[in-house]
Design a protein around this ligand. Structure first.
Ligand code: BG6
Length: 493
């Protein structure tokens, strides 16, 4: 069976992990640029760099948390993976040509907010930055590739984080609205597919949102989240007003979630966790209001969100056209588990190992059938088109002297997941419209800042110390995906 006509086969990236050129062409720093190679999943006190009157500098420790390895200022003696990343900024023509060779119909990327507005809230935008993306989109068009553009992929401007505490502040929301207006207008006719806020359900901390006390201060977290929902609704509404042909999706990290056993305590635990971590975010962005269980939770915990007149209406007006999500793994939930899995993104503190599944080197359970389960659950709940905008396996790849990489484990992973997508469409009738696997070309890991955790079908010569010449080479999986895409999913062997 081939996939439906017009199915959007492609690949996905994000500017903060791929683009590089961090202060070239007038770009300003974003939060990711102040996170040294390290681990975003554990946190430590924020340190500030202060210029003293005698010309020296002092580092002071603040009572706020940032990811371990984040400096929240740029120290010239440290290595920051996002500064060069894998250098799309200088390799975009070559990369787009490789994607076209792989038969991409769609390419997911994000606009770097600080390439357009260097501080996030400048009066005048940076024309050189705007021109950069225009050139990229024009080249996509020439190659017959639809750009799928994320407006905010873990990309808070450093200035807004430092001065306004990121998305806790209404100022950040207003700055984002101006940025949206500008790019939606500027790229009218060149881009028709948009995503609003990447993985809005994991957003809230310094890395994602520039918020300093997200882990310890739920009031801040919920306020920032409200602003993100309003921002997303604003983007949807404006995208539709500016161009009736625009299609806008949400973006949620949506792994599969199972009760560990048939013990009703485990079933309830799973329901409550899945609802809180995943469904809540879809419910708001597809239906346009906070569901009753969330309203009750906020009431019980005495959390009052500061809203402005018109916010609630905007949420209702800005519901999305399609549900797009990342799928990497599943988790099993146990009511009496008291185990912290050490910050694996998406895995809950009540998560336990699933004895039926294998794991990657980074502890992510490999579960292709889980994808079919999730596709069915989302389709049953919302009945709007679905798109998988991230999926893939992080592996340690070894480049052979001839430039190739024998990544059979990646091919197996892709094949098994695409088969369950096919089943969901063919047998279950799910309206799945596209598939953009993550890190179609090697990029920096968001969770750990590593280069050695690679997802790509194209190898990039760059390592964890910042060494390498950025040369690109085709992995074995490149040829596999090319065949799959070229046959519209009919040839999976
Ligand atoms: C998603 C993010 O969480 O997963 C990406 O949207 C991220 O930015 C991807 O890179 C894979 O996670 P990691 O930590 O392996 O890079």
């Amino acid at each position: 069976m081939a996939f439906p006509d017009g199915f959007l086969w492609g690949g996905a990236t994000a500017a903060n992990q791929y683009e590089g050129g961090w202060i070239e062409g007038g770009k300003g720093p974003a939060v990711a640029d102040a996170i040294a190679g390290g681990n975003n999943l554990t946190h430590e006190p924020r340190k500030l760099w202060v210029d003293l009157p005698d010309g020296t500098r002092e580092v002071i420790t603040m009572g706020q948390e940032v990811p371990a390895g984040a400096t929240a200022y740029i120290d010239p003696d440290r290595y920051y993976p996002s500064h060069d990343a894998t250098d799309f900024y200088h390799h975009w023509r070559e990369d787009l040509a490789l994607f076209a060779e792989m038969n991409f119909k769609c390419f997911r990327m994000s606009i770097n907010w600080t390439r357009v507005f260097p501080h996030g809230d400048d009066e005048i935008p940076n024309e050189e930055g705007l021109k950069f993306y225009e050139d990229v989109f024009r080249e996509c068009k020439r190659l017959g590739i639809e750009p799928l553009v994320t407006l905010d992929h873990f990309d808070c401007p450093l200035h807004l984080a430092d001065e306004y505490d990121g998305w806790v502040s209404r100022h950040t929301l207003e700055a984002f609205e101006r940025y949206c207006d500008l790019v939606l207008t500027r790229y009218k006719g060149l881009v028709h597919w948009w995503l609003t806020i990447n993985e809005i359900n994991v957003c809230g901390d310094y890395f994602n949102c520039g918020v300093h006390e997200a882990k310890s201060n739920k009031q801040h977290r919920e306020q920032a989240l409200w602003h993100l929902f309003v921002a997303s609704a604003y983007a949807v509404k404006r995208a539709h007003e500016i161009d009736a042909d625009n299609r806008v999706g949400l973006m949620i990290a949506h792994g599969a979630s199972y009760p560990y056993s048939c013990n009703p305590e485990d079933v309830w635990c799973e329901l409550e966790n899945n609802r809180g971590f995943r469904w809540f975010y879809g419910d708001v962005q597809v239906r346009g209001y906070y569901p009753s269980y969330k309203v009750k939770e906020l009431e019980c915990e005495g959390i009052a969100i500061a809203k402005e007149p018109g916010d609630d209406e905007l949420l209702r007006e800005g519901t999305v056209d399609f549900y797009s999500f990342s799928y990497y793994f599943s988790e099993a939930l146990k009511a009496d588990a008291n185990r912290d899995l050490g910050g694996v993104p998406g895995l809950n503190k009540k998560g336990v190992e699933n004895p039926y599944l294998r794991k990657t080197d980074w502890g992510w359970a490999i579960d292709p059938l889980g994808l079919r389960i999730v596709l069915n659950q989302i389709w049953d709940r919302y009945q709007i088109p679905l798109m998988i905008v991230e999926n893939g396996i992080g592996l340690i790849d070894e480049k052979l002297p001839d430039g190739t990489v024998e990544d059979d484990a990646r091919i197996d992973y892709m094949r098994e997941h695409i088969k369950t997508m096919r089943d969901a469409i063919e047998i279950d009738g799910v309206d799945l419209i596209g598939y953009t696997p993550w890190g179609c070309i090697d990029i920096v890991s968001a969770g750990t800042g590593e280069m050695r955790k690679r997802y790509g079908f194209i190898y990039v010569d760059r390592d964890d110390e910042g060494k390498g010449d950025f040369s690109r080479s085709r992995k074995k999986s490149f040829y596999y995906m090319k065949k799959v895409y070229g046959s519209n999913g009919a040839d999976l062997e």
